[in-house]
Design a protein around this ligand. Structure first.
Ligand code: BTN
Length: 268
């Protein structure tokens, strides 16, 4: 039977291995989706769905980014969402704002395990950079009527070269294959990342200071001049790094401010 999946094995997943992973209590694989987050938000409404639940597709055709942004995915990119119940992971409500930064940290650690010399960084609050360009984006959302559940959407450019991407994307983004010149096993990468995510979130409860220290080590904005938009306000100043509670610290003429959510427009 003809499959509508790409034929290159490096673009495919070993579904048997994913289904048998002890890390997951539910796997929802779709050969094509608009957005894994859309699908995960829909599934989250069903209280019988067991978490952590993986929603995976090798072909996402309308990936969403933060705000009005879109996420460009091509064959060989990893796009998935994980539905979690923070309470099951012993994550108290106070830790919720830190879940996303910690997820970015797990992406950094998973990539670093492939090659310790890679120049990886976290761009607060949701991006992972490699060699100065965006490698991965995260979109965290809450399911309607299911406030107990979080959807963690992650896109990472793995085996998809950006050489054929639109110019505006090529200018700001990169992929692992473009940087390390090798194709990776997508299943192993995915399962390693899910393991790292669950471990990193566990550390938020039992070893928070280590997690905070790691955010700070990876933060690429520290000591740079940045401009951030929060709601309707734009603020420029020197970035002093990330506070213990996950806020970004900006020093401007008005003093030092803690930013809890926003979009970084510029950093130099
Ligand atoms: C951003 O950079 O603004 C966030 C990008 C998040 C993209 C991922 S891909 C998997 C998941 N499904 C989506 O529609 N978006 C996220």
């Amino acid at each position: 039977m003809m499959s509508d999946l790409p034929q290159n094995p490096s673009f495919q997943f070993d579904l048997a291995k994913i289904h048998s992973s002890p890390l997951l209590n539910c796997v929802d694989f779709n050969s094509e989706l608009d957005s894994t987050n859309n699908r995960a938000l829909e599934l989250s409404k069903d209280s019988s769905i067991k978490t952590p639940c993986l929603v995976l597709t090798p072909k996402q055709n309308a990936g969403r980014g933060r705000g009005v942004n879109q996420w460009w995915s091509s064959e060989g990119s990893l796009t998935f969402s994980l539905i979690i119940n923070p309470r099951d992971l012993n994550l108290s409500v106070e830790t919720w704002p830190k879940i996303s930064l910690t997820a970015g940290l797990a992406v950094c650690e998973t990539v670093r395990a492939l090659n310790h010399d890679l120049s990886l960084g976290l761009k607060w609050p949701n991006d992972v950079f490699l060699n100065g360009k965006k490698l991965s984006g995260l979109l965290i959302e809450t399911a309607q009527n299911q406030p107990e559940r979080l959807v963690i959407g992650i896109g990472i450019n793995i085996n998809n070269s950006l050489k054929n991407a639109p110019e505006e994307i090529r200018a700001i983004a990169t992929s692992l294959t473009d940087e390390i010149n090798q194709n990776l096993d997508m299943t192993d990468f995915l399962l390693n990342l899910i393991h790292q995510l669950l471990e990193a979130w566990k550390s938020l409860t039992i070893a928070e200071s280590m997690v905070i220290e790691s955010w700070r080590r990876y933060c690429i904005l520290t000591d740079r001049k940045i401009t951030v938009t929060t709601g309707t306000e734009q603020l420029s100043g020197d970035c002093l790094g990330i506070a213990d509670d996950g806020a970004l610290l900006i020093k401007s003429e008005a003093g030092t401010q803690s930013i809890y959510s926003g979009v970084i427009d510029q950093f130099i």
